[in-house]
Design a protein around this ligand. Structure first.
Ligand code: ASP
Length: 350
């Protein structure tokens, strides 16, 4: 029995790690919360910005970030947080979503939006809306109150009639700046068909027509339950043809969320994001190739999308509250608060 102390010690050494493991399983570390938002990517150059305009964009991003983060901090759901953030941006005329949406070729507005929750992969999408003030609110109703995932045009508007959804005249979405962008795009189209190219007095407007539109808005979040959500809302691309639908409402292209991988919201030249199935590709690289969030997002945006000829960017986060926001354009309006509470609000690469 003189070996008893040694035996006790050995038993303790064997049992201790198991006990610690059990304790850490009973008391998991607090699930982090995080939120990221974007207000569009494109040819956003410092030299074309005034300090006032830059400050206005930053204020808009901060306001949206605060609206969404307050919900997460209070223990609310990621779904509520992304809707709140997107709605602030939809109401801000600086961004190409809701008021301030770009014009179609015909001089009207057609709005697209989508939402997805990562726990269930339930999703709702709307396209070609003309009178719904908050497209993201209707996308959520499609997800929660219909048997469908995507509703478009008149059918979506009739569906909206069944709910207390605020409606507006299409002219509500008008802004002078977006109108001037359409005029520039139409002039360019005309002059290029005649082999001429007219310079613009406003450098912000004198950029490639496909870059004129950017300003789509989106948000991704993880809540205290570890649930992810993604939401995106847009007026699409300036001078788009009647009936054109971009990547935003295409689940897996412009919007995607899955608790096991990531929540993603995209902005850029939608046709390429659809062809590259961009948002889902990020999730797939994480799931099947074991890539980290950042590796997957960067490889899809900087390599695969660029190879295809597509321009734009994404915001993405995972259940650990890691955030990444890569883009292959000159700038992307973006902001985030990560798992450690670090707040970032940026426009250009640096
Ligand atoms: N992706 C949007 C679309 O193609 C445009 C944008 O992001 O600004 O409709």
């Amino acid at each position: 029995m003189k070996n008893l102390p040694v035996l006790v010690l050995l038993a303790a050494l064997v049992l201790l790690p198991a006990c610690t493991e059990a304790t850490s399983q009973q008391q998991p570390a607090v699930q982090p919360i995080a939120l990221a938002i974007h207000g569009g990517a494109g040819t956003i150059l410092r030299e074309n910005m005034t300090p006032e305009r830059e400050a206005a964009y930053q204020a808009g991003l901060n306001e949206a970030l605060d609206a969404g983060y307050a919900i997460l901090e209070a223990g609310g759901t990621s779904l509520d947080a992304v809707v709140a953030a997107v709605q602030v941006l939809e109401e801000n005329p600086l961004f190409n979503a809701g008021r301030g949406a770009v014009y179609t070729h015909e001089g009207t507005h057609e709005l697209d939006a989508a939402i997805m929750e990562g726990a269930t992969r339930n999703s709702g999408a709307v396209a070609g809306l003309t009178t719904v003030k908050s497209p993201i609110a209707l996308a959520r109703l499609v997800m929660e109150e219909s048997r469908h995932v995507m509703m478009v045009g008149d059918g979506a508007e009739v569906f909206a009639d069944g709910f207390q959804v605020e409606r507006v005249d299409n002219a509500y979405f008008n802004t002078e700046r977006r109108y001037q962008q359409l005029q520039r795009a139409l002039e360019r189209e005309q002059s290029s068909s005649h082999g001429m190219r007219l310079p613009s007095p406003d450098p912000e407007l004198d950029i490639a027509p496909e870059a004129l539109a950017y300003g789509t808005v989106g948000a991704v979040a993880v809540d205290r339950e570890g649930n992810l959500a993604a939401a995106t809302s847009t007026g699409g691309m300036t001078n788009k043809r009647f009936g054109r639908v971009g990547d935003v409402p295409v689940i897996g292209a412009g919007t995607y969320a899955d608790n096991a991988t990531a929540a993603i919201s995209a902005t850029g030249h939608g046709e390429y994001f659809i062809r590259g199935v961009v948002a889902h590709d990020v999730a797939s690289m994480m799931r099947y190739a074991d890539a980290s969030l950042d590796e997957a997002a960067r490889s899809v945006v900087m390599d695969k999308l660029t190879e295809l000829g597509g321009t734009g960017g994404i915001i993405a986060l995972d259940a650990q509250g890691n955030v990444t926001m890569p883009f292959n354009t000159a700038g992307m309006y973006r902001a985030s608060i990560d798992a450690d509470g670090n707040r970032v609000v940026r426009i250009y690469e640096d």
